[in-house]
Design a protein around this ligand. Structure first.
Ligand SMILES: NC(=O)c1ccc[n+]([C@@H]2O[C@H](COP(=O)([O-])OP(=O)(O)OC[C@H]3O[C@@H](n4cnc5c(N)ncnc54)[C@H](O)[C@@H]3O)[C@@H](O)[C@H]2O)c1
Length: 322
């Protein structure tokens, strides 16, 4: 079957382009707390394509995010191509390590960074979204946390390891359990992973490599289960290094950015908006047959088996006069 659009006389029809059109679609994005990370860039690109965006912001980061937003600190990064500013329909407090109110321990409930916020567990955030927005089309998980990320796996405690898995992997399962019923058929789920889930990246410790491996495997199983249950697609983007707030906390992001520049097939620094654009594609009908996929958006670094800047490869210049 020929699927190329052609006019009756055999000539190709004049092209109207192939735009990503998400007008009328509604998205919920968890994991935005400033304008420097992948979550923000995904929000912006989805909005460029016409989607309405609501956010789930980690409770300890919510105050500073909202006040920075109000004071115009993000305005330069809010400008959309049509001249308007990126707006958020709703901003909810959310902590993705708690599924229901019963899961919140007293020391968190009474913590001054949490006190004053209510309904921040995953199930309550989903209930609020259902009440305010109703059905959604796009669910984005752009969050991770590993308290012992700076420790090698061999020195990681059980508690630290399980905390990394809880915040960075199980959180996707929890979100899909609660937000899945809100997704319209044809909807899409995106998460963010990192090469360290598939290859050894010394320095990405504390069980975070395990958490990303789990996230990538779960993406396949959830794609099957959620595909059959709600007719939605589940994909993950394996992003190259970006100097986000979370990445800076790991402590070696500048080295990773330099390493990628020196060794990736495409020699340029990655922009978070490149990940945002791929997310918009994956969430659009253009990707209607793509699910269970780990999509690398990393200038191709994952394909390399040799570090081109390795000292081992250095050669003494040959003296032609000898
Ligand atoms: N920066 C990189 O180099 C890189 C590379 C590949 C993948 N990633 C992934 O991209 C995603 C987004 O990270 P980023 O680098 O854009 O940093 P970021 O700091 O912008 O985003 C991380 C977000 O997670 C939120 N968060 C942490 N714990 C949470 C919790 N318990 N509940 C709710 N939210 C919580 C933080 O508030 C923050 O907004 C993460 O999954 C990260 O692992 C990052």
């Amino acid at each position: 079957m020929n699927v190329v659009a052609a006019s009756g006389n055999g000539a190709t029809a004049p092209s109207a382009g192939l735009p990503i059109d998400l007008r009328g679609k509604k998205a919920f994005i968890a994991g935005v707390a400033d304008d420097q990370g992948f979550g923000w860039a995904i929000a912006k690109q989805l909005a460029e394509a016409g989607a309405e965006i609501s956010l789930g912001v980690w409770v300890p980061a919510l105050n500073i995010f909202e006040s920075s937003y109000r004071r115009g600190k993000f305005d330069a990064n809010r400008k959309l191509a049509n001249g308007s500013l990126l707006e958020f329909a709703h901003i909810y407090p959310m902590d993705a390590v708690f599924d229901t109110p019963e899961d919140v321990p007293p020391e968190i409930a009474e913590n001054k960074r949490y006190a004053g916020n209510e309904g921040y567990t995953v199930s309550e955030a989903a209930e609020k979204l259902a009440r305010d927005v109703g059905k959604i089309d796009i669910l984005v998980h752009s969050l991770a946390n590993g308290p012992e990320v700076q420790k090698p796996l061999l020195e990681t405690s059980r508690r630290g390891y399980l905390a990394a898995l809880s915040a960075s992997s199980y959180s996707l399962i929890s979100m899909l359990q609660r937000f899945g019923p809100l997704l319209n058929p044809g909807g899409a789920v995106i998460s963010l992973t990192y090469l360290a889930g598939a290859r050894v990246i010394p320095g990405y410790g504390g069980g975070m490599s395990s958490a990303k491996a789990a996230l990538e495997s779960d993406t396949k199983v959830l794609a099957f289960e959620a595909g059959r249950k709600w007719n939605v697609r589940v994909n993950t983007i394996s992003a190259g290094p970006l100097g986000s707030r979370a990445a800076k906390a790991i402590g070696f992001i500048d080295d990773m950015i330099k390493y990628s520049y020196e060794n990736a097939p495409i020699q340029k620094e990655l922009s978070a908006y490149e990940i945002g654009s791929v997310a918009a594609f994956l969430c659009s009908p253009l990707a209607s047959a793509v699910t269970g996929h780990v999509m690398y958006v990393d200038n191709g670094l994952n394909t390399m088996g040799l570090a081109l800047d390795s000292k081992v490869l250095e050669r003494e210049p040959v003296d032609a006069s000898a």
